[in-house]
Design a protein around this ligand. Structure first.
Ligand code: UD1
Ligand code: UDP
Length: 362
């Protein structure tokens, strides 16, 4: 029996961990004991609890209740608290996901105690070290024993950095999740009826990335674009708490008069909205890929992406934060025929099995 401490804290990590945790419980229960640590980074009910409920994730064994503050403060407090958990639990592995401050704190706490780190979503790069996520993922990869890459491009990025040992192309656990929930979302979610939306007659938008929200000019340009697009096609915007706060601080709400602004939505509602959207406009990593999985054209309000396969397939366009460019791209991409993405660059939908198997075998 091996013991794995999983560290999660942010919305996309709950979703990714759900897939792996399910495989541990259903298939490896006699070989793997999982201890779940929630750092507390995301804490609103609709940013955290709804995902545990809907995706049937066990209640965390520890909730460290650490959120907010500067990057150093948040990461430092997490480091201190996770270290205490690890000293007590003495796991064989610490499993971390993605590129948030919770990822870095989990990996760093473990490696300093000589506990092996496994990183899911290793090898992704934007090559923009001003992004907090890029710093977190580069550091986490450097100190991980097992590096589970979601794509071949991620494997190549690591090779170029001279990292070969422990690198496994596991496929993307988000694709596992998409296959599990796409039909359930259509059957169980009532979001389209509740909002009075017609299939393929609205744009779904999300925006939360620091480079967009923390730059007043970019935030205003993006919100102006959404407001303008809403003149022709309804725009639905489930709003991340970070963005909501900044929109109010900068008095940008009038720009969103015609936009349907929502609280963050639960996962099944989000998946239902994504599948029904005519177009997705986002700066989220996960949402770019889900657009690709569900064959919905995507416009990404960033200068670069880690998910280069979506762009190569012609299903995702990078436009940055310029109002006119965003508007033009939504017009151009709306007429995009769904790509034939049968040759999935994101694995076979069974990535979580490969990940747990590798943890057991190493
Ligand atoms: C974090 C990740 C980002 C990821 C995103 C997913 C880092 C550095 N960033 O960004 O990579 O894409 O999560 O959503 O780890 N807040 C609330 N309620 C919540 C959650 C956050 O009010 O439930 C507030 C926080 O108090 C803070 C702000 O939103 O003021 C930002 O939260 P934070 O966790 O620092 O970063 P995210 O923008 O969520
Ligand atoms: N998501 C959700 N409700 C929302 C917005 C996003 O369930 O209101 C899901 C989305 O479907 C995807 C994940 O959250 O699976 C993406 O998380 P986020 O955009 O916060 O972070 P990122 O992927 O950019 O790190």
């Amino acid at each position: 029996m091996i013991k794995v401490v999983t560290v999660v804290g942010a919305r996309p990590q709950f979703i990714k961990a759900a897939a792996v945790s399910r495989v541990i419980r259903d298939t490896y229960a006699d070989q793997v004991q999982e201890i779940l640590v929630h750092t507390g980074q995301h804490f609103d009910e609709n940013m955290s609890k709804v995902f545990f409920d809907e995706l049937d994730i066990p209640k965390p064994n520890y909730n460290l209740e650490i959120s907010g503050g500067s990057h150093g403060l948040m990461t430092g407090r997490m480091l201190e608290a996770i270290e205490q958990v690890l000293l007590k639990e003495k796991p064989d592995w610490v499993l971390v996901y993605g590129d948030t401050n919770s990822t870095l704190a989990g990996a760093l706490a473990a490696v300093k105690l000589h506990i092996r780190v496994a990183h899911v979503e290793a090898g992704l790069r934007s090559f923009n070290m001003r992004m907090p996520e890029e710093v977190n993922r580069v550091m986490a990869d450097r100190i991980s024993t097992l590096l589970f890459c979601p794509t071949e491009a991620a494997v190549k990025n690591l090779q170029l950095e001279g990292v070969k040992s422990g690198v496994i192309n596991s496929g993307d656990v988000m694709y596992d999740v998409a296959l599990t929930f796409r039909d359930q979302a259509r059957q169980r979610s009532t979001v389209l009826q509740r909002l009075g939306l017609t299939e393929k007659a609205f744009t779904l938008a999300t925006c939360h990335r620091a480079e967009n929200t923390d730059d007043p000019t970019r935030l205003k340009q993006i919100m102006s674009a959404l407001g303008s697009i809403a003149n022709d096609l309804p725009v639905v915007l489930p709003l991340h708490p970070r963005t909501r706060k900044l929109i109010y601080e900068q008095d940008l709400q009038p720009l969103l008069d015609r936009v349907t602004v929502l609280e963050p939505v639960a996962f099944l509602d989000m998946v239902a909205l994504e599948q029904a959207a005519k177009l997705i406009l986002t700066d989220s990593g996960g949402v770019q890929k889900e657009a690709f999985f569900y064959r919905v054209p995507c416009v990404t309000m960033r200068e670069e992406t880690e998910w280069v396969e979506t762009v190569h397939a012609g299903m995702n366009m990078l436009v940055g934060a310029d109002t006119d460019k965003i508007i033009q791209a939504t017009i151009d991409m709306q007429s995009k025929e769904p790509a034939n993405n049968d040759a999935q660059p994101y694995g076979n939908g069974r990535s979580a099995f490969g990940i747990v198997d590798a943890l057991v075998k190493h």
